[in-house]
Design a protein around this ligand. Sequence first.
Ligand SMILES: [Zn+2]
Length: 354
Amino acid sequence: MEKFHPYNGVEWDDYEQHLTQLHTHEPRNTIRDDTCIHEPGIDAETIPIDALGKNNLSPASSPRTLLKKYRNIGYTVFSLTEHEYYVERSKYKDVSYEEMPERLDQTSWPWTKWGIDPAELGVITLSGTELRALHHGSLHDVIGLDTDIGHGQQASMTTLLDRIADQDGLAILPHPSKYNDASNYGQYVSVFEAADILLGLEIFNANDRYPSRALWDRLLMHFGPDRPIWAFAGDDYHGRARPRDGKRFNRSRNVLLLPTHSKDAVREALTEGQFYVQHNGDHHAPFIHSIDVTDEAISVDAPDAVGIEWIADGEVVATGETVLNDQLVDRTYVRAEVHGDGRAVSCTQPFYPI
Ligand SMILES: [Zn+2]
């Protein structure tokens, strides 16, 4: 049985694994670049939050500190995806685009405005914005990457995706289950049909506040190998006080498999699905050392895993490091969830028997 999958061609011994964060915001409070914990560690329930999402505990750190904080914990691919309605520490969430188009078109790019050169830190950065688009009667977030589009202008999702495509940009749907559960997957069929540059959706966001694996499974079943949809994971970190269970820093990430540490290689990996995603939960997600695909089986090598589940068409069909062809009869796809302790998990992209 042949299998179509994104890891074909990955040289696991030669490629480097790059921690990649594609969903962050400008800090709302003071954070430190030399710690690997979420800050400020104050229970937000007891602190009033102002219109900027700040807790009035401290002035906000510069994005420069944010980048250093991520670099210090090991990230080497990064995007700051500030909301379209947040410009230079002012919030315009209920302001229509027409009222101040020039201001709202501004983005958090380039990083030189923060007095830092990501290349000197060994980080590939992509310009990015968390845009919004009208979809089924409400505004849905859409992350635009490698474009200078600063605002969705209250246009439809397909109109916004066309604009991003015209700039050769890339797009991801953040936290889709904020808007629809799995039974409503049909709401996303038309947008994935309309735009190839829409690469996929976040299956983990922040502390997994909007689990979207079931929604992803339904879309994988619907589209099959002709239109693969990649899983993404993002911290959605705002650098502000949150309750203890709302920690976001370094919780959800992508791990890119790159032959070279270059922007072209990053774009190629994102487009072709040559990455897997991790959610730390309360521990550390296990790294995947290699994936072996043969005509008979698929095996994952992850020495730190405490268990591996194989999910085909939304159901667990096998456990352990290998899934056999016999377990994939009449299935559209299979994917692996590689579990660690404390809800930590790494998820592969789909493999399609063809
Ligand atoms: Zn966000």
